[in-house]
Design a protein around this ligand. Structure first.
Ligand SMILES: C[S@@+](CC[C@H](N)C(=O)[O-])C[C@H]1O[C@@H](n2cnc3c(N)ncnc32)[C@H](O)[C@@H]1O
Length: 253
């Protein structure tokens, strides 16, 4: 009965307070959306439901398989508007898909760019896939230094459909070079009688970028009309280091 992949627990802990934000931007931008780091389709599905044609790319076959499974249960109309493909955020080419009206990327997928050069290349890649004036919207997370002590912290408890629950702990610690941070998530599953039945861990390396550096790279990459928020409700940027930076900008000519 054990589940093999931590990926299968992602949706249990999803915080959906960004869905309206990205779906509204997709509606305003036009009918063709590109979801970069689509994961389980958490956002791509509501965006497609709202009428958009969505291409989603991700480098995790486990997550793409989960997304495929979800899409296959949707009505034919939505299914026919969705395509899920393997692709690396840092360097992908979807020349056969044509230009998009919006490219969006949620929940820190761009934190997987590990250097300034990788981020610059990833931004250039997005530009190549957007029509002139098309929207690029994404968020980046920043982990405060005080969090990077390697200590596992309780991050959430989610009920399962067999009346058990899954508990997630997350620990952060600094990575090998400045700005890198390693995230270790541990999922422990309990059955309905409170017995621990499974424990899986997921380790990944993220990179945090200074928001002004990202703004500079976007400008150098040919994006303009940039807005920056501190949440998905349009909160303005506070002074000092943010924990979330949400960027919305448009492809220049
Ligand atoms: C935190 S999840 C967010 C998933 C989805 N955007 C959401 O909001 O539910 C980060 C996603 O980025 C994907 N990812 C990580 N590195 C990637 C890469 N180099 N290229 C493409 N996707 C990547 C992961 O597989 C994962 O689906």
């Amino acid at each position: 009965m054990g589940r093999k992949w931590a990926a299968e627990y992602h949706d249990l802990f999803a915080i959906d307070d960004d869905v309206q934000f990205y779906a509204a931007l997709a509606r305003q931008s036009g009918p063709r959306s590109l979801d970069i780091g689509v994961g389980t389709g958490r956002l791509a599905i509501p965006v497609a439901r709202a009428g958009s044609t969505v291409v989603g790319i991700d480098s995790s076959m486990e997550l793409l398989n989960i997304a495929h499974g979800k899409v296959s249960t949707l009505g034919g109309g939505i299914m026919s508007r969705m395509r899920l493909l393997y692709g690396d955020i840092r360097d992908f080419s979807l020349s056969r898909e044509g230009r998009f009206d919006i490219a969006y990327s949620a929940a820190g997928a761009y934190n997987r760019c590990r250097t300034r050069a990788e981020m610059a290349h990833a931004i250039a890649c997005v530009r190549d896939h957007l029509r002139v004036g098309g929207t690029f919207a994404f968020d980046l997370i920043n982990v405060s230094d005080t969090m990077m002590d390697g200590m596992p912290r309780l991050d959430g408890v989610a009920p399962t459909d067999d009346e058990g629950e899954v508990v997630r702990y997350v620990a952060w610690r600094p990575g090998p070079k400045r700005g890198d941070c390693e995230r270790l998530a541990t999922y422990e599953r309990f059955d309905s009688r409170g017995r621990s039945v499974e424990r899986v861990a997921e380790r990944e390396m993220l990179h945090t970028f200074d928001p002004s550096e990202v703004a500079e790279l976007l400008q150098l990459g040919g994006f303009e009309d940039m807005d920056r928020f501190s949440d998905h409700q349009g909160g303005r940027v506070p002074v000092g280091r943010q924990t979330l930076a949400v960027y919305v900008c448009h492809r220049g000519p």
